[in-house]
Design a protein around this ligand. Structure first.
Ligand code: FE2
Length: 319
């Protein structure tokens, strides 16, 4: 695995200066203009501004996080930054050192999925790092935790829950029953908990949509991970939960879901075993989701996709 971490010069800075002059709006309300409407206040109500970054794949994904997350935090007045990091270590798993790098870049909580144990050193480590989550529906004997009640800088509390689907994945415990149990163990959304974010790591779009509707009205956001492809269905569900089937990856999109395209294509076209897939290391697109909640209810009033750098069409929310 490469160890040099210097950012390549081709990464560009975010055009926030231009966007600061643009009109912006809150979902369900009249448009407002001027600087600072995302500063935890929208139409006079307090909010939690959440940035959720999709699966970080390898070195280029980590560089994208280190390059863009600090500025995103500032420009969007982010209260809670959650990063799915299960592919951060050359595409397979996460290590203690890489957790430190992502925290230093501004991540508050790290989520994972089916690759959580790929780097064996994480097995004894995860119990010492309460900000690193594994899916909560792993069998009870698994080390680590599947949720975290995270204290925001201003003292409010946000609950982050990591779950994994079972369709076309390893069959873990029931994610719906697990979420139900976790919610029952905590105060209702909007009381002592300002926001609840669910990272649902799954392959099947249908299962993710079921999770969204299952949790609608009871959590602030259900955001999918794992497929490494961002979906275009960001929406606020009827009950007030922000939903997006997949956030996409923070990785090189000149690839096959983050892996070098040549060997991936050869394998699938010839149906012959090949060398182990290697992570693609061109410039990454940071794929993320911005969710703005309403403290009166804990539910969402805004959700927008974020795409910066690399090959995908940019999407940068107005501050
Ligand atoms: Fe995954």
């Amino acid at each position: 695995m490469p160890t040099a971490e210097a950012a390549p010069p081709r990464f560009t800075h975010l055009p926030f200066a231009k966007l600061r002059a643009a009109p912006r709006s809150c979902v369900g309300g009249a448009a407002t203009e001027g600087v600072g409407s995302l500063a935890r206040e929208c139409h006079g109500a307090r909010s939690v501004n959440i940035l959720f970054c999709g699966d970080v794949v390898g070195r280029s994904g980590r560089i994208a996080i280190k390059t863009h997350l600090p500025e995103l935090r500032r420009a969007l007045s982010i209260d809670l930054a959650v990063v799915n990091a299960e592919n951060a270590a050359h595409g397979f798993g996460i290590t203690e050192r890489l957790c430190g790098e992502l925290y230093d870049a501004g991540a508050d909580v790290l989520t994972t999925g089916n690759h959580v144990w790929d780097q064996r050193e994480v097995i004894p480590y995860i119990g010492r790092d309460p900000r690193l989550l594994r899916p909560a529906n792993f069998p009870a004997a698994a080390p680590g935790a599947g949720w975290r009640l995270h204290r925001l800088a201003d003292g409010r509390a946000a609950l982050v829950v990591n779950l994994m689907g079972r369709l076309f994945m390893d069959a873990l415990d029931d994610p719906f029953a697990r979420l139900e149990a976790i919610l029952a163990e905590h105060p209702r959304l909007g009381d002592a908990i300002a926001a609840i974010l669910v990272d649902f790591h799954g392959e099947a779009t249908s299962e993710k949509m079921v999770m969204g509707h299952f949790a609608d009205g009871r959590v602030s956001a259900v955001l999918g991970t794992h497929t490494h492809v961002p979906t275009a269905d960001a929406q606020i569900l009827p009950g007030g939960t922000a939903y997006m089937t997949d956030a996409g990856m923070c990785g090189d999109y000149d690839s096959v879901i983050g892996m070098q395209k040549e060997s991936a294509v050869r394998r699938m076209v010839t149906k012959m075993p090949g060398e182990r897939l290697q992570v693609a290391e061109g410039e990454a697109t940071l794929c993320a989701v911005l969710v703005v909640t309403d403290d009166a209810t804990g539910l969402a009033r805004r959700i927008e996709p974020v795409r910066i750098g690399g090959r995908l069409t940019p999407a940068i929310p107005a501050p």
